[in-house]
Ligand binder design. Sequence first.
Ligand code: UDP
Ligand code: BGC
Ligand code: MN
Length: 336
Amino acid sequence: MGALPGASLQKVFWLLVIFCVLHLVVAMVYYMASRNLDIFQYFTKNKQSQHDWKNASTTPAAEPHVCPETSPLLVGPMEVEFSKPVDLEETKKDNPAVRDGGLHTPKDCQALQKVAVIIPFRNRYEHLKYWLYYLHPILQRQQLDYGVYVINQDGEETFNRAKLLNVGFAEALKDYDYDCFVFSDVDLIPMDDRNIYKCNSQPRHLSVSVDRLGFRLLYEDLFGGVTALSKDQFQKINGFPNNYWGWGGEDDDISKRIKSKGMSLSRPDAKIGTFHMIHHKSDEKNEPNPQRFNKIAHTEETMNSDGLNSLSYEVVKTEKKPLYTIITVNIGLPKR
Ligand code: UDP
Ligand code: BGC
Ligand code: MN
């Protein structure tokens, strides 16, 4: 019997060890189970939130709905005046939603069109400042996804408005997938924001009644000033002519291109299509082009070989300013 107390002590010891091990195992299993539960919950929660997000994206709040045909932000006729000088830093502060380069996307709805506004330009900074001051608020109220491109003719050679506009089309498309192009002189300010800077089923003439032209359409085929063509419409007419150097005629050529491709001109109502033209003298190196009448007489023969398919130029500099993109371009010399 003398060995028995030792043996039972050993038994107790082993029982204790087993108990401890079991305790440890149970604790570990419990711990693991609780962690797994956390992980399980993490995954289920995440799935849930993804699901919520997916659900939310089908509701108007999360995915912007398409902007209405008529923007509720329009005010109609507006005061336009040029007595005070414009400060572009102030204008930038007044238009915080305009991104560098002069780009804007409506935040509450998905714009109906992506519009590149193209301005032919040389040495008219005072006009450009007024244009930016007036047009940025208007274009935002019109709920357009837009960008402003100023195409600045480099050098002192004779001005060529239509070729600059072709360059604007080509360069803007490198920037963004625009579907509509508004071509605007720098000195024309709309007096009614219901004159929407977007494209129509037919090429559109927006500057219908200009104050300096007596608020009337000079002639039925007039297509100067501010116009809008969709990408398709522009390509259909092979763009604009490249060889009208100096003032006049290029817009008549464009008008003839449009007609010859079976399209017509669309216009807003004359009351809505009112514009103020900033007063200016005639520019140097933009004298009336004496060849224009002869050229207009041959549009149908020349339009398929002179235009977008024969456009050549060299970009000198592209600058993204706070309220516009300015592309300085060498467009070459007139053929002599
Ligand atoms: N333009 C320019 N610098 C010039 C000549 C013309 O910026 O030296 C641009 C400017 O956008 C202007 C447009 O070309 O508004 C048309 O020229 P202009 O205003 O002389 O034509 P108008 O319609 O007044 O006869
Ligand atoms: C010219 C156009 C100009 C129009 C109005 C026409 O004689 O050819 O280029 O837009 O007059 O001034
Ligand atoms: Mn002018």
